[in-house]
Design a binder for this molecule. Structure first.
Ligand SMILES: Nc1ncnc2c1ncn2[C@@H]1O[C@H](COP(=O)(O)OP(=O)(O)OP(=O)(O)O)[C@@H](O)[C@H]1O
Ligand SMILES: [Mg+2]
Length: 457
């Protein structure tokens, strides 16, 4: 078993020097490997990934500078510190130009080594952070998840409980319901919050690359592997790995993933050393994995490992009361305090189907705000699909055909009766409710024979 934190390679042709550094650094709690010359060091960096290399400058055949050039090619993420003889500042400057992080002059104080190593590893961690930042936004916590409906409150308490545990989590929800948001919230509320949450979308990465992304690879392991790279499992060490769209993971990789989750060591693609990491897995899917298991597209044993805790996010149409709240939030986001929605517009938004859930709502608010010049966003400013969509959803033309005129008349009659009921039979008010002139209202009453039944005018 191998600990990945603070992995240092010490390179020196002088045995006593190697020993001093090895003992000292091990005492400081680092993982230390040693190489007795430049060639051995190059061999070592082809087989393993180091965070830091401390190398002597002057060595027979492959010297410090030559080694440095090789490191830049084979393992560019590794930081190099060079040890130079007293009075050889020129070559130290040369080393810095070639990308060494720092140099130490002989004879050195161990305190000095301690400091340089600490700084160098911090720089290396920062580099890692930067590359991780590229793929993730700031981790949101619960406050970013909007919703007050009972089903959302249940979700909040499930998230809190889930965050306390270390068990694998499977998040299930339709597209756009906030699976990624929930995964990040669980991580940022968990004891692992100070370490990374690393995300990978299994659907977005070609099958052939997924393995090397997850487990890392060594230079030359395959065409295109120009340098060695740590995989996401390593980067997520002591943190959380978020496997998005897990239903898209190919069967061949599912077996490998299962072994890692079961605690087995893994290797980088083309690597020879066994690695063990401490990673919590959160996965998400909008697929029905149980159906996929029946169709032999997903491994049942992996499903049980991933789904120790399950978090279900309800679709937006099952919590319509949250819609005004979400609209408010997105309106602030896209228009500040400058615009508002009319009641009627909100009502329409509440009645829409929202197949794309919160993401679709967010997109529509953004689009509407952009296209609407007036301060109040009204029904006519909403996209066509919202204005007609909710009605169109319910429309069915029976296979045996239908009488549309009769349907219209029946509907009209029903609404008129309802309006009269509401106004206690006061016709003028009922007409207003239906946005009809009194003349036309009276005409319709006559047409449907309602007139005779009404006493009041
Ligand atoms: N409850 C919520 N409150 C506020 N914003 C939300 C909420 N749910 C989702 N969102 C927003 O909607 C968008 C989609 O969310 P997210 O990416 O987490 O969904 P997803 O379920 O992962 O979608 P997909 O299945 O398409 O990957 C994001 O911009 C997110 O911030
Ligand atoms: Mg997602």
């Amino acid at each position: 078993m191998k600990k990945i934190k603070g992995n240092i390679l010490v390179v020196d042709d002088e045995k006593s020097m190697r020993e001093i550094l090895e003992i000292f650094l091990k005492n400081e709690g680092y993982g230390v490997s040693i190489a007795e010359n430049g060639e051995k060091a190059i061999e070592a960096i082809k087989k393993d990934i180091f965070d830091l290399i401390i190398t002597d400058m002057k060595m027979p055949k492959v010297g410090g500078l030559e080694l440095l050039k090789n490191v830049k090619q084979i393992a560019p993420d590794t930081v190099v510190v060079i040890i130079t003889a007293f009075g050889t500042t020129d070559s130290a400057v040369e080393a810095m130009k070639l990308g060494a992080y720092d140099y130490i002059q002989k004879p050195f104080e161990l305190d000095n080594i301690r400091l340089v190593v600490k700084n160098a590893l911090e720089k290396q961690k920062l580099q890692k952070d930067v590359s991780l930042l590229k793929q993730q936004l700031k981790p949101p916590s619960m406050e970013n998840i909007i919703g007050k409906s009972p089903s959302m409150q249940t979700l909040f308490s499930v998230i809190s409980k889930t965050a306390e545990s270390n068990a694998s989590v499977l998040i299930i929800g339709e597209s756009g319901t906030g699976k990624e948001l929930v995964a990040k919230a669980i991580h940022s509320l968990s004891p692992r919050k100070d370490n990374h949450i690393v995300a990978i979308n299994c659907a977005a990465i070609p099958e052939g690359l997924l393995e090397s992304e997850l487990f890392g690879y060594m230079k030359g392991a395959f065409t295109g592997a120009a340098s060695s790279k740590q995989g996401l499992f390593e980067l997520a060490n002591e943190g959380t790995l978020f496997l998005d769209e897990i239903g898209e993971m190919p069967m061949s990789l599912q077996a490998k993933l299962l072994r890692v989750i079961e605690g087995d060591a893994f290797r980088r693609v083309g690597g020879i050393s066994d690695l063990n990491v401490d990673v919590r897995i959160i996965s998400a899917t909008n697929k029905n994995l149980q159906e996929m298991i029946e169709q032999k597209l997903f491994r049942e044993d992996l499903y049980f490992r991933l789904n120790v805790l399950s978090v279900k996010i309800p679709p937006l149409r099952e919590r319509r009361d949250d819609i005004p709240l979400l609209v408010d939030n997105f309106l602030k986001k896209f228009a500040g305090d400058k615009k508002l929605f009319s009641k009627e517009a909100i009502e329409l938004l509440k009645n829409y189907q929202w197949k794309g859930n919160v993401r679709e709502l967010e997109n529509i608010i953004e689009r509407t705000v952009l296209l609407c010049d007036s301060e109040v966003i009204n029904v006519e400013h909403l996209p066509d699909e919202i204005r007609s969509g909710s009605k169109a959803e319910k429309v069915v033309v029976p296979t045996g055909g239908m009488d549309i005129d009769k349907l219209m008349e029946d509907t009209e009659k029903a609404y008129i009766l309802k309006a009269l009921e509401r106004t206690n039979g006061v016709k003028t008010e009922a007409a207003k409710l239906l946005n009809l002139t009194f003349r036309s209202f009276r005409h319709k009453l006559k047409k449907y024979g309602i007139d005779k039944k009404i006493i009041t005018d």
